[in-house]
Design a protein around this ligand. Structure first.
Ligand SMILES: [Fe+2]
Length: 282
C-alpha cells in the first residue's frame, strides 16, 4: 500500500493542497501543569515540550512543520520529548536531513525520543542515527535520569507496542519495560514516553506519574465535535486525544502534527504540548 501511495502522492501535491485550506496549517499549543506532591520544594518547574507524529513526507505541508517547531521553540523547554512517527512513506535522505536540522535547532538541554510504527516500517536505524546526531537520546525500553536541577525526575521510553522489530511478543515488552523501570527505581518521579497509548498497561501501577503518547492523530478524519470515525488500538479508542487522569497516572495523547494516509485532517487539528511539572498538591 505504501508503494502505491508513494506513486499517488508524487510531487508533493497533496501537502500543497492541505496548505491551501484556510486555517489548516495552524498547530495548537496545549498546556498542562502537573503538580506532584513528591517534588521537593526549591526545585524549579520542569518544562517538557512534547511533539509526536511529525510525519515528514508527501502528506505533511512544510507550513505545518514550521508552525509546530515555532510552537516548540516558544516554550523554551528543559526537555524536548518526541513521540515517534517521524516520517511517512519512507525515511528518505531528504526527510531525515530535514528532521535532523529541525530537531537540532531546538535549544532544549535534554532531548529524548521513542520510535513509532511508521519508523519501524521505514528505516529505524537511519532515523535513530539521525536523531542521535541531532542531540537526542532515543529510548527503546530504556530510561534516563534527568540532570540537576531536575534529577528527581526520570524518563522511561517504551518500545512501540504494535510494530517494534526488537520485541516479538508481549512478554518481551514487559521484560524490557521492567528493566527500564528498574534502572531508575530510586528516582521519585517517573515520566513514560510511548508512541501509542497502548503502552498504558505496561506502566500503570508502576510508580509512573505521566504517560506521553501520540499515534491516534485524534482520529485524523473526525466529525464535528472532534468525534473520530476510527482510532487504532484499544487505548486509543478509550483516549483518542487529550489529558486523562486515571488512578494516579496522567495519560496525555497528542493528536500529533503531520499527515499520513490522508493528506488532510478534519476536526483533528495538529498539536504540540507543554507539560510543566511542579511541586505541591496533585
Ligand atoms: Fe502517526
Amino acid at each position: 500500500m505504501e508503494r502505491a501511495l508513494s506513486v499517488l502522492y508524487t510531487g508533493g501535491w497533496a501537502a500543497r493542497l492541505w496548505a491551501l485550506v484556510p486555517g489548516a496549517t495552524r498547530v495548537a499549543l496545549i498546556e498542562h501543569t502537573l503538580r506532584i506532591a513528591g517534588r521537593e520544594k526549591g526545585r524549579p518547574p520542569l518544562r517538557i515540550a512534547f511533539a509526536s507524529d511529525l510525519h515528514l513526507g508527501p502528506t505533511t505541508p512544510r507550513e505545518v512543520l514550521d508552525a509546530a517547531f515555532a510552537r516548540i521553540h516558544s516554550t523554551r523547554p528543559d526537555v524536548l520529548a518526541l513521540g515517534g512517527d517521524y516520517v511517512f512513506l519512507g525515511a528518505t535522505k531528504e526527510r531525515v536531513h530535514e528532521l535532523q536540522e529541525r530537531v537540532r535547532q531546538v535549544s532544549a538541554p535534554v532531548k529524548l525520543a521513542v520510535l513509532g510504527n511508521h519508523d519501524f516500517w521505514a528505516r529505524p536505524e537511519r532515523l535513530e542515527d539521525c536523531l542521535t546526531q541531532a542531540g537526542v537520546r532515543v529510548l527503546v525500553n530504556d530510561s534516563v535520569r534527568l540532570p540537576p536541577p531536575h534529577d528527581d525526575v526520570a524518563v522511561v521510553g517504551l518500545d512501540d507496542p504494535l510494530t517494534s522489530r526488537r520485541i516479538t511478543d508481549k512478554i518481551a515488552l514487559q521484560e524490557g519495560v521492567d528493566a527500564a523501570l528498574a534502572r531508575v527505581a530510586d528516582v521519585p518521579i517517573k515520566i513514560a514516553l510511548c508512541h501509542s497509548p497502548d503502552g498504558y498497561p505496561e506502566v500503570k501501577g508502576r510508580g509512573v506519574q505521566l504517560l506521553l503518547c501520540g499515534h491516534t492523530h485524534g482520529g485524523h478524519i473526525a466529525l464535528p465535535g472532534y468525534r473520530p470515525l476510527w482510532i487504532p488500538g484499544p487505548h486509543g479508542r478509550l483516549w483518542p486525544y487529550g489529558r486523562h487522569d486515571v488512578d494516579g497516572l496522567t495519560v496525555f495523547v497528542s493528536r500529533g502534527v503531520g499527515g499520513s494516509l490522508v493528506p488532510m485532517r478534519t476536526y483533528a487539528p495538529p498539536d504540540v504540548a507543554l507539560f510543566t511539572i511542579d511541586g505541591g498538591e496533585p
